[in-house]
Structures are given as structure tokens and as C-alpha cells.
Design a protein around this ligand. Structure first.
Ligand SMILES: [Zn+2]
Length: 1009
């Protein structure tokens, strides 16, 4: 074994500590590294006018300490341990929490290792003007540095270091102010260790180090008031009251992290993301690679406190105990209405548990043997979705790179859980917060402002979920405003989907061109950096085609006949990478945002507006920098040649899809621009035909357009379906072609780190149910053996009497697929590069760099591939590209969900407005049958709903039918039937949350059923 010693600034007189660790080299060799640390005596304590430290001038902590705490009348300062920052960041960030804080280097380092998002918030705290935080480099000061002892865990070593530093501060405070003869010694302030770790406190007390728990500390503050609401219960010990001591354990204990990791490694346990069932709160599943169907979890005990998105470890039951999912809608709110938030009346808990047991037993009897799937239980949680840090043992799983946002949930307070509704009293009560998302359990919350929070949207975090508590416990973060006001709804939507929406800061805006709005392409010259190696395409008849009102135009096109009879076609994309340089604040921000988010009435930009809607927007009649892909194609759309070049263009026109269509179809127009559009159109038709012949899928998702009253009022007046024109397809085909051509080029040049996009083929089992339904209801066969076979069989799913049927089947088939994702070419095997939906062996995103960060990376790689620039070192690093794309993928998914939720909200508003004038009834298709209801899809509105029956109905799971008995004979309804529903938007009486309620009008009226 090679031994390397890194020596820093050799100083013979310094105290030396040594740290040994092992490192694997790029070639796989293990080497031992010894790092020596030289300790000093001039690390400042931060106390003003300290006579013992050298650099007292920057010191910020008053020598007398702070006097706002009843337990410390002589003044104090606090030394928080690492967990305080990991668990109590909401408290630390509050404007009303301003103690004098010593932040130890040990603590900073530990926070950095545990969670980058929390570390960034901590850095923000240190900089904040209203905070008084001194960073003390305890590891560098000789009296406070500690060396890990043998048999000591890193955690214990750090705790010891924190205690030692606290003790040192107390000693230092007394030494710094020696008694002056003849004068009364003023009382000395105390340095207090702030920690919720009971063991740490016990050790501190033994060494006579003052210490306190966080709750006790906040309670003793002179203006504790609402600060107590912000407290996380995470690290708190359970109060030893009688009720708690007698508390029943409701869930099995988790296995230790090391056992989980070993079990997963050995294949005895399976690891995956927990998905809650949106229809049935008593069921969830965990997709695990070892099984073709996800692992089913039945009952709350087996889900064992897993929350949507957690990474869990599951144990699989013997095959004889496997089950099928229950076809039943089980609503948490309806079932648990009488549950008591305060959790004091245990009998009620038992009643409820009993009812739940019964429900499960009834369901179990009805489950169908034919659809059994692997079934198991959660034995531990590897990463909590709601926690922005990982378990210290799981740290080395590379999970620290897992995107860890600060999960906060938008909730409503359930008014029935209040014990007092007196708005003037500030007494603490325990209440239920019901998350907006149906996938989450209710959260138990202690708050002093419950009565004023009823009827508002509030933000809540989950802190812990003890085995003795039926529900997770959390704390209140802040109120978002009254339910159904647009401001509250919009902000809650952005928070719910973790969309960063703060205005761009100064450091970011400083990266923009100094000329701002008046920036122009400089006059053509050989010395101008803008014109270096750029083709002058200003004379080409280039135009853009976009939806009406599009402000961020990132693509434009042209086509012309060549003398040899072939056609030149070009796609010109805004040259965003000219303005967004790697590794500056603007680049970091764009990478963190990942994508622009489109809501119905708002757009949250990835890049500052100056770029997005001006300098990089390919507006007509102005010169713009572009990145061009230019093909020579035969009249049959065969590619003869493709080249890539940086360019300067001047678009001649910005068309809407409709205007371009009209122009193309007008027989009286024969100018060159119109001819260009016709050429593009005829090529697009052939390119599409070839793509379809290769097996590309024509997928469908419900798309609707919200009609606004006026741009200012943003009151929706109606919803209509989006109409697609030929010109939509024209643009789409050329964008696909550009993306494919660019993908090939960057993959050839950078086989290890090319940024690509793929769509994995769906597991065949995903289609089983849809295939069965189609066969039984319509006698139709869905062939899923390949994307081509699927495309062909989808084309045949036609119902002559129902034109919308085919679209419905496509929507249902699309839901059986996986979603497309960005990946780094060197990280996956070559045969998994393909894009299933597009039937293309390779694909990427190049055409929207204004609004997608992946495209910015692709532009940089293409630019280097044509030797226009050199590639930034970060894009040569596989792990850097992987990490960046991991964030981008997640942001992308969240943005899609936020967009859909925004549409849903506005559809709700439009329905409400319509409902005030008349009853709203619409046609709907049945897409699912349940034991107690129907799932329906209203295509005109693009929304799904549930029709529930309170009365007993007959359910035939094999035939996908329900039968409603009545005096006039039975009515049978099955999947794919067209029905009519009445749609109402009603407010939930307890939470004030608006809900869409659907009742059947035809073939039967279900309002009384
Ligand atoms: Zn000092």
C-alpha cells in the first residue's frame, strides 16, 4: 500500500493532529492518506473587546451576552449542536428568533455532509443581517480541537468536540474579564449547549457544562409566543406523562439502518420508492426491480409509517400470502372523521383500529386470486422524503446526491379537530392538518393559532412518525392566505411542487450583458467576438411558428430549393449558451431551476426575462444569435447531409400556428416565404410518415385550453379542447429531427458524457389490465410486443359510433408507459439509449434552451463538438452530468405536475362560475369500476372524477361492470361506457377546501344512491 502524507504549511512549533483515511484512485488502487492539521491559538472567539483573542475588531457577540431569557438573568449565548440545524431550521430562520449564537466549525461541516439544501440555508443564516451568529473554527484552535479516539464513532467525536467548545467558551468568558481590584465583578454570561440529544445532555451535565433542550429554551424566551409553533418535534424526547407511558405501540419498530443496508445488499430486502394509492388510503406499493409488478402493501401496519416518496426497505411475504389490490375507494377523511387529534382518548383509537381491521378483512375476502402480486411490509425507511438530510449511515449510499428539497406540505386545518375556537386565546392545541394531496396522511400539529388558521392554506412539515402515534407529527411553517384566493392557490401550488420562484438575485442579474434591453448584435466585423466563426444567415427567409402570445421564441425555421433539386432546411435555435456561461451564478440558478414552469396565468422563468423574452427570443425583424442545424434533404425527405453552425439570423415573421396554416393554404400567395413553409410542410409529412412506419407512437394526454376573460382579470370563462393544426406537426417534426441529429453528433464526440434523453419501453405487465378490459369490453386486441405493434393496434381501436373512443384508449395506454428521462451517455448501457415513444435509437433535447436546462448543456456540448468552444471541464465529468440531470429530471416532473394542477384549479374556477348560472352536466367515459363507485373521465374538461355510491351495488371485477338495482330494473354500467355526469364544486365543510363532486345523471341518477 502506498502511503502519502500531505503536509500543509510546516510549522515546527504548531500542535499537530493527524487524520488517516483511505482513498481509491482512478485506477482502483487503494492508498492511505495522512492529513496533518496545524493548530493555532489565534482563532477568534468572536466576543467584543475580548482581551485574549487577537482579532477582536470583527467580533460581533456582545461581551455581556443576551438578556432575553428567564433562565439566564446574567446574560447568555448559545452553542447549538448539529441536529438543531438539521431539525429546527424553520425556527432558526424566524425573524423573531435572535439569540447570540456560536456556530461551531464541527457543526457546519456536519450539516454540509448531511444535507446540501440545509447547508445552503445555514450559509444564508450566517449572512443574514438580523442574526447574530459567530462562526468559531473550533477544529483549528488548539484548546478546542479534538482527535477521534479509537472505538469512537464520528458522531461521538463530534459531540465531544461540541461539548469541549462549549466548556471552553465558559472558561474563556471568565478569563477574558478578570476581576478588577476594588470593583464589583459584573455577573458573567453563560455559554449554553443547545441540544435535543438526551445522551449528549447527560454527558454535558456530568462535566458541568450548561445545556438545555430546544423546547425548554424557546419556552423560556421572553417573547416565545408563536415561536413555539415553528418547533419541530423531531428530536424531542417523549414527555414522560402517564398517558404516554401507557401508549400502545401501533406500528412495528424499524430495523437498524445497518441491517437494512445489509439486507438490501444480500437481496433479502427490497428497496424502492413508496407510492400511496390515491383511491385507497389503506394500500400502497413499492416498485422493486426484482419483480415485474410492484410490491403491494396492505393496511397501515404493513405500510408502517411510509409516506409518499420515501425510499423504503420492504420484506416480501411467502407467495402463499400474496394478494391482489382491492378494487375499492376508501377515503381517509370519510373513514377517520371521528379520530381525535390530541390522541388522548385511547379507546377511540382502538375503535378506529378495529373498524379498519374489519374493512381489511372484508376487502381480503373480495380480492381476486388471479391478480395477485408480490405482497410485503415495510421494515425500515432508508430516506425520508420529508427530511432534507439522510441518516448518517446511509450517507455513503450516494444518497446525499438524491435531490432533497425541503418538503413542505400545503394543508388545511380540519376545523372539527379543534378543541377551542376562541381566536383571542393563544393556548396550544393539537389539531389535524389535512394535506391537499390525497397521497399523504393527515398530520398532527401543535399550534397556538389554530382558530385563525381555519379556512386558510398553510404550510406544514413532517417532523417524525413514532410507532406509538397513528399519524405523523409536524409543525406549522407559515400561512399562505385564505383558501381559494388566487394568490394563496398559486403560491401553494408552487410550494407543493417545489418550484423555485424567488426573483433572480443581484449576483445572477450581474451575469447579463451590461447593455440590458439595448443589447444588439454588433455590426459584422472580423474583430467582433460575436461574429467569430458565425455564419451570416441574415438574408435567409427564416420564420418562427408558435402558439399565440408566445414571448420566449426559442426556435425558427427555413427551407429553400437547391439548384440540384434537393431542399435545404434549417432549424435555428436561440444561442443561449452564448449568454449563459458555465459555472457562474446565472448558470447555477438555471441548473437549480431546471426548467421554466408554465401555469395557466403565470410563467416562472428558468432564465431572467431579459434573455428569455428578449435577447434570446428569436423575434421577427431583429438580428439574433442562433445555433443552426442545416440539412440537405431529397424531395423524399432523405437526409443527404447535415451540418451545425453558430449563426446570426433575422427572422422575417413570427407566425401563430393558425396564421402559418392560413398562409400555406392561400392559393393566391406565392412569395418565397410562403413557398418555404410549403416545402417544410411537405417534408414534415414525409418525415412523420417514416417515423410512424418505424413504429413511433401517437400518444395522447388530455389537453385543454383555458379561455380567459381578459388578460388582466385572469378569470377563466371557459375550457375548450386544444385543436391541432398541420403546422403544429410541421414544427414538431423538424424539432424532433434537429434533436436526433444533434444527439448523434454529441454522442459521437463525447461518448462518456453526452446529455441524452431516453424513453424506456414499458414493462409488458403494465398493459395487462388495459388489454384485458379492451378484450372483454370491446373484443379488441392490444399488441404490446413492440412500439410498432402497439402503434398499429392502437390505430385499430376504433368505435364507429364514438370518435372520441380512440383518443380515450390512447390516453389510457399512455398512462401505462414510463416517463422519458435525461441521462448521461456513459452511465447506462448502449442498448438502453432508445426512445420508445418516438421509435428513435437516440434522442436529446436541443431546441428549447431558454426554458430547459438540459438543452443548455446540449448546446455547450454541440458547440465543443464543432470546435467552436472548448468543453467546460464539468461536462467531461460523468458524475457531474449525472447529478445535474438528476435534478433536471425531477424538476421537469414537478413542473409538469404543477402545470396540470394549475389547469385543474382553473377548470374548477370555470366550473364554479358556470355552476352559479346553471347546472353543469357533461359527457364522460367510465375508465374504472370500483366495488363502490366509478372512475370517469370528462374529455371536454380534461378532468377525472369519482362517482361514489353509498348504497350497496353489485360489482363484477372480471367483467369491469357495476350493476345498480332499482325498482324499474337493474342498470349495468361498464368501463368505456359513455355516461352523463353532473359536476359541482363544493367546499368541504371541515377544511374549506374546494372539491369537484360528480354524480351520475344518465343512464341513472345517482344523487339518491
Ligand atoms: Zn476571545
Amino acid at each position: 500500500m502506498v502511503e502519502i502524507t500531505i503536509r500543509k504549511r510546516p510549522r515546527t512549533d504548531a500542535v499537530v493532529t493527524q487524520r488517516k483515511f483511505f482513498k481509491k484512485t482512478a485506477r482502483g488502487k487503494v492508498i492511505k492518506v495522512i492529513r496533518e492539521r496545524y493548530l493555532r491559538n489565534d482563532v477568534s472567539c468572536g466576543i467584543e473587546h475580548c482581551g485574549l483573542c487577537e482579532s477582536g475588531s470583527e467580533a460581533t457577540l456582545p461581551a455581556s451576552g443576551a438578556f432575553d431569557h428567564e433562565l439566564y438573568p446574567n446574560g447568555h449565548l448559545i452553542v447549538p449542536d448539529t441536529n438543531v440545524f438539521l431539525s429546527q431550521m424553520d425556527l432558526m430562520e424566524s425573524n423573531s428568533f435572535n439569540p447570540h449564537i456560536v456556530l461551531l466549525q464541527t457543526v457546519m461541516e456536519e450539516v454540509r455532509h448531511r444535507s446540501l439544501p440545509l447547508f445552503n440555508r445555514l450559509k444564508g443564516l450566517v449572512k443574514a443581517e438580523d442574526k447574530n451568529i459567530w462562526v468559531f473554527y473550533n477544529e483549528y484552535r488548539s484548546e478546542t480541537a479534538v482527535i477521534r479516539e479509537e472505538e469512537e464513532t464520528p458522531n461521538d467525536r463530534n459531540d465531544r468536540g461540541i461539548r469541549k467548545a462549549t466548556a471552553w467558551y465558559n472558561e474563556h468568558l471568565s478569563l477574558a474579564r478578570p476581576p478588577i481590584r476594588g470593583k464589583l465583578q459584573p455577573p458573567l454570561p453563560t455559554a449554553i449547549l443547545l441540544t435535543d440529544d438526551v445522551a449528549n445532555r447527560q454527558k454535558a451535565e456530568k462535566d458541568r457544562i450548561p445545556c438545555i433542550s430546544i423546547r425548554r429554551y424557546v419556552e423560556g424566551m421572553k417573547k416565545s409566543g408563536l415561536l413555539l409553533d415553528l418547533l419541530s418535534t423531531a428530536g424531542e424526547e417523549i414527555e414522560p406523562t402517564k398517558a404516554v407511558a401507557a401508549r400502545q405501540v401501533l406500528y412495528p419498530a424499524y430495523l437498524p439502518m445497518s441491517t437494512l443496508l445489509a439486507g438490501v445488499k444480500a437481496g433479502q430486502l427490497h428497496q424502492g420508492h413508496f407510492n400511496a394509492n390515491q383511491y385507497n388510503y389503506l394500500e400502497g406499493n413499492v416498485p422493486a426491480p426484482a419483480f415485474s409488478k410492484p410490491v403491494l402493501l396492505v393496511g397501515r401496519e404493513h405500510m408502517n409509517r411510509a409516506v409518499q416518496g420515501d425510499i423504503v426497505a420492504v420484506e416480501i411475504f411467502p407467495e402463499s400470502e400474496w394478494k391482489a389490490p382491492a378494487d375499492e375507494v376508501v377515503d381517509q377523511e370519510a373513514t377517520l372523521r371521528n379520530d381525535d387529534a390530541s390522541d388522548s382518548e385511547e379507546e377511540r383509537e382502538d375503535d378506529e383500529a378495529l373498524a379498519e381491521q374489519k374493512l381489511l378483512a372484508v376487502e381480503a375476502a373480495k380480492r381476486r386470486a388471479a391478480e395477485r402480486q408480490p405482497t410485503g411490509r415495510v421494515v425500515g425507511i432508508i430516506k425520508r422524503n420529508w427530511r432534507s438530510y439522510v441518516h448518517s449511515e446511509a450517507r455513503y449510499l450516494n444518497l446525499q446526491y438524491v435531490f432533497t428539497p425541503h418538503r413542505r406540505y400545503v394543508c388545511h386545518i380540519d376545523s372539527t379537530s379543534l378543541t377551542s375556537s376562541n381566536t383571542t386565546s393563544l393556548s396550544q392545541q393539537t389539531v389535524f392538518a389535512t394535506p391537499v394531496s390525497r397521497l399523504l396522511p393527515r398530520i398532527r400539529l401543535r399550534t397556538r393559532q389554530a382558530p385563525t388558521l381555519v379556512g386558510q392554506k398553510i404550510l406544514v412539515t413532517i417532523d417524525r412518525w413514532l410507532a406509538t402515534s397513528r399519524y405523523p407529527e409536524g409543525h406549522f411553517v407559515r400561512a399562505l392566505g385564505k383558501v381559494e384566493t388566487k394568490e394563496a392557490e398559486q403560491e401553494s401550488l408552487l410550494l407543493e411542487f417545489d418550484v423555485p420562484y424567488r426573483p433572480f438575485g443581484k449576483a445572477i442579474l450581474d451575469c447579463l450583458p451590461q447593455q440590458g434591453d439595448s443589447w444588439i448584435v454588433p455590426p459584422k466585423s472580423t474583430t467582433s467576438p460575436e461574429w467569430r466563426d458565425r455564419e451570416d444567415l441574415r438574408e435567409l427567409l427564416i420564420c418562427s411558428i408558435d402558439p399565440p402570445g408566445c414571448q420566449d421564441i426559442d426556435d425558427a425555421l427555413h427551407a429553400r430549393l437547391l439548384p440540384n433539386g434537393n431542399i435545404e432546411a434549417g432549424v435555428h435555435i436561440a444561442d443561449v449558451s452564448h449568454f449563459v456561461l458555465p459555472d457562474n451564478p446565472m448558470d447555477h440558478e438555471a441548473a437549480a431551476r431546471g426548467t421554466t414552469v408554465y401555469l395557466v396565468d403565470k410563467r416562472i422563468d428558468m432564465l431572467p426575462a431579459l434573455l428569455g423574452t428578449n435577447l434570446c427570443s428569436l423575434r421577427p425583424h431583429v438580428e439574433r444569435l442562433a445555433f443552426s442545424v442545416i440539412w440537405e434533404l431529397t424531395p423524399d425527405a432523405e437526409i443527404v447531409n447535415v451540418r451545425f453552425t453558430k449563426s446570426v439570423i433575422a427572422s422575417k415573421e413570427a407566425f401563430t400556428y393558425e396564421a402559418a396554416q392560413l398562409r400555406k393554404d392561400d392559393p393566391n400567395l406565392n412569395d418565397d416565404l410562403t413557398k418555404g413553409i410549403r416545402l417544410l410542410n411537405s417534408l414534415a409529412i414525409k418525415i412523420k410518415a417514416a417515423r410512424m412506419a418505424a413504429g413511433a407512437l401517437n400518444l395522447a394526454s388530455p389537453e385543454v385550453k383555458i379561455q380567459m376573460d381578459s388578460p388582466e382579470s385572469s378569470d377563466p370563462i371557459d375550457v375548450e379542447q386544444k385543436e391541432l393544426l398541420e403546422t403544429n406537426s410541421l414544427v414538431e417534426e423538424f424539432m424532433l429531427l434537429a434533436n436526433i441529429s444533434v444527439a448523434k453528433k454529441i454522442q459521437e464526440t463525447f461518448p462518456q458524457t453526452a446529455v441524452l434523453r431516453r424513453h424506456l419501453p414499458p414493462p409488458k405487465t403494465n398493459f395487462e389490465k388495459l388489454q384485458d378490459i379492451l378484450m372483454k369490453r370491446k373484443g379488441m386486441v392490444l399488441d404490446v410486443s413492440s412500439s410498432g405493434a402497439l402503434a398499429a393496434s392502437l390505430d385499430k381501436c376504433l368505435d364507429p359510433s364514438e370518435p372520441a373512443f380512440n383518443t380515450l384508449v390512447r390516453i389510457m395506454a399512455t398512462r401505462c408507459m414510463l416517463s422519458a428521462e435525461y441521462f448521461c451517455s456513459g452511465s447506462v448501457s448502449r442498448d438502453t439509449f432508445g426512445h420508445y415513444g418516438l421509435a428513435s435509437p437516440i434522442y436529446t433535447h436541443f431546441t428549447s434552451p431558454i426554458r430547459r436546462y438540459a438543452d443548455v448543456l446540449v448546446h455547450r456540448q454541440l458547440s465543443a463538438a464543432i470546435s467552436y468552444t472548448t468543453l467546460h471541464p464539468s461536462l467531461h465529468s460523468k458524475s457531474h452530468v449525472e447529478r445535474t440531470l438528476d435534478v433536471v429530471n425531477k424538476r421537469h416532473r414537478m413542473a409538469q405536475m404543477a402545470g396540470r394542477a394549475s389547469v385543474e384549479f382553473f377548470v374548477g374556477l370555470a366550473l364554479k362560475a358556470r355552476g352559479e348560472k346553471q347546472t353543469v352536466t357533461e359527457d364522460a367515459f367510465v375508465i374504472r369500476t370500483f366495488r363502490n363507485g366509478l372512475g370517469v373521465f370528462v374529455s371536454k374538461l380534461g378532468i377525472e372524477g369519482l362517482v361514489m355510491f353509498k348504497r350497496e351495488i353489485q360489482f363484477d371485477a372480471d367483467k369491469y361492470t357495476i350493476t345498480v338495482p332499482s325498482d324499474n330494473g337493474d342498470t349495468t354500467i361498464s368501463v368505456f361506457d359513455k355516461v352523463t355526469v353532473r359536476i359541482e364544486v363544493e367546499k368541504d365543510a371541515n377544511t374549506q377546501r374546494g372539491k369537484v363532486k360528480m354524480t351520475l345523471v344518465n343512464p341513472i341518477n345517482s344523487s339518491a344512491l
